[in-house]
Design a protein. Structure first.
Length: 252
């Protein structure tokens, strides 16, 4: 997930990434349900990171799935987990694939990491086959405000609202590139109880925006989270995401 680093060294993070992150089966299921694929269809996961969602997707369809990421460390880790998966190190601003070959491309929690999202999405348009679909999983600014991390690290919400393109702007960008059928859908995922595992992820700065806030803001948030959990307070969180869909037009 290092298609645009924005000051974060994902080669280094790759060494501990899977200690704090895993694939999201519900997210993958929704992508599969939204874009039915025939056997042998070709799918591209842009910004695949260590391959968590790539592996989940490949295991639940008969499609041929390819993952691409700019980070050598992320790709190395992904290959260690799934030797048979097609994984490519490459810059999404110049995707190393022929045009018009993929039936589906998806990007899960990647768009905010891109230095030049217009260029990347233009490349995705190029490599999609006519009628091929794109799914971008992101968060609206309202969804960012409702995160558990935003409660304890409010500075992280302000940073991410600068990094995440507003959904209407993202949709307009896709239309300018030439995509049709652009639409967004919001989803609420099953409620999660926040406990020691979340605290460990925070301590390891497993969320990219925690690398961007100041030291004092980070340490203050950790102390407050530790205090709340030590008091036995039950914290629950409902993850929310926006799925933005688009399609490359069929040839006329």
């Amino acid at each position: 997930m290092n298609q645009g680093r924005k000051g974060i060294n994902y080669d280094r993070i790759a060494e501990v990434y899977d200690q704090t992150r895993s694939g999201n089966l519900e997210m993958v299921r929704l992508i599969i349900d939204g874009a039915p694929l025939t056997a042998g269809a070709l799918v591209l996961d842009v910004g695949c990171g260590t391959g968590n969602n790539t592996i989940l997707f490949a295991g639940r369809t008969d499609a041929r799935v390819v993952g691409v990421d700019i980070s050598a460390g992320m790709i190395k880790r992904a290959r260690e987990k799934s030797a048979g998966l097609a994984l490519v190190q490459g810059n999404a601003e110049s995707l190393p694939f022929r045009g018009g070959v993929f039936d589906l491309s998806f990007m899960t929690e990647v768009i905010h990491l891109l230095d030049h999202p217009f260029n990347v999405l233009s490349q995705v348009y190029r490599v999609l086959a006519p009628g091929g679909r794109l799914c971008i999983v992101t968060q609206s600014h309202e969804q960012i405000d409702r995160r558990m991390t935003s409660r304890f690290f409010p500075a992280s919400a302000e940073i991410d609202k600068q990094r995440f393109p507003p959904v209407p702007e993202l949709c307009e960008m896709l239309q300018r590139i030439g995509f049709s059928g652009v639409e967004s859908q919001t989803y609420k995922f099953p409620e999660q109880r926040i406990g020691k595992e979340f605290l460990q992820t925070v301590r390891k700065r497993g969320f990219s925006m925690l690398h961007k806030i100041g030291r004092q803001a980070y340490e203050k948030g950790v102390r407050e989270l530790e205090q709340v959990l030590s008091e036995g307070t039950i914290l629950t969180y409902v993850p929310e995401y926006t799925f933005v869909w688009a399609q490359r037009e069929q040839r006329r």
